[in-house]
Design a protein around this ligand. Structure first.
Ligand code: ADP
Length: 238
């Protein structure tokens, strides 16, 4: 089966800093890839490059077999790549439902259908009773749930999540973990999840990649990677 994502020798520098150095990997459809590594190892830069926020200096990204090099985030969103951020990016003065609908501004979706999809997804993440409230009324964890639900509005094949569990109340974290698993298993959504919450990530991901100084230093099953001497050394070194 064709991978949902194929990344070949991706490099990105910021001045003298090498944020990504010849990063290559493939992601099978309907699987969850966990991305770990010490601070500054290039994880966020990789997500930003995959969703079109940054243009790589060299290398290639293929999404469902198609090169994405010149595509912008909103174009990639329409093709099925969604993104969430380390600090949930919600519009505080808009209502919860309006936050859901903004993800479809570039899509040709009938408004009644969009409203219904928003309602179903807000129910999916347990936020249905907050629909009419401004997003500023939600807790930090609930804003992460909202951002996750919004990422599903475009019916993505791939969702890129940056630190979804950081600082989130344990109850909300448990719900988020369950819903990510359901989206993967029942909707065949693939995920790349950056997280420092290693036990949570290990429980979700089939494969883990560990980065250090812009390079992939280990990849494999959660157990293989967590026991890898280079991974242990990279974390101890920081
Ligand atoms: P991580 O997500 O693993 O903490 P980042 O991808 O944020 O790592 O950062 C990798 C390296 O690239 C760091 O040295 C960081 O300072 C640098 N970097 C990231 N984004 C930028 C940017 N927009 N401008 C300059 N340097 C950046």
């Amino acid at each position: 089966m064709e991978p949902v994502l194929q990344v070949d020798s991706l490099s990105k520098r910021f001045g003298s800093i090498v944020a990504l150095e010849r990063v290559s990997f493939a992601l099978e459809a309907g699987t969850i890839l966990g991305l770990i590594g010490p601070n500054g190892s290039g994880k966020t830069t990789l997500l930003n490059t995959l969703n079109g926020l940054y243009r790589p200096d060299s290398g290639e990204i293929r999404y469902l077999g198609r090169p994405t090099r010149n595509l912008r985030p909103h174009q990639l969103a329409l093709l099925g790549i969604s993104r969430t951020f380390q600090n949930a990016r919600v519009f505080h003065t808009l209502t919860v439902t309006q936050n859901m609908l903004v993800s479809l501004v570039h899509a040709r979706v009938h408004s009644a259908e969009a409203q219904e999809r928003a309602r179903q997804l807000l129910t999916f993440v347990g936020l249905e009773r907050y629909q009419a409230l401004p997003a500023s009324e939600l807790s930090g964890g609930q804003q992460k749930l909202l951002e996750f639900a919004r990422a599903l509005m475009t019916e993505p094949r791939l969702v890129l999540m940056d630190e979804p569990f950081g600082g989130v109340h344990p109850e909300i974290k448990a719900l988020l973990l369950e819903r990510i698993r359901e989206a993967q298993q029942e909707r065949q959504v693939s995920f790349i999840i950056v997280s420092h919450e290693i036990p949570d990530l290990l429980s979700l991901a089939r494969t883990i990649i560990c980065m250090s100084y812009g390079r992939i230093i280990a990849r494999g099953s959660p157990q293989e990677v967590s026991e890898h001497p280079d991974v242990i050394a990279a974390y101890l070194g920081h």
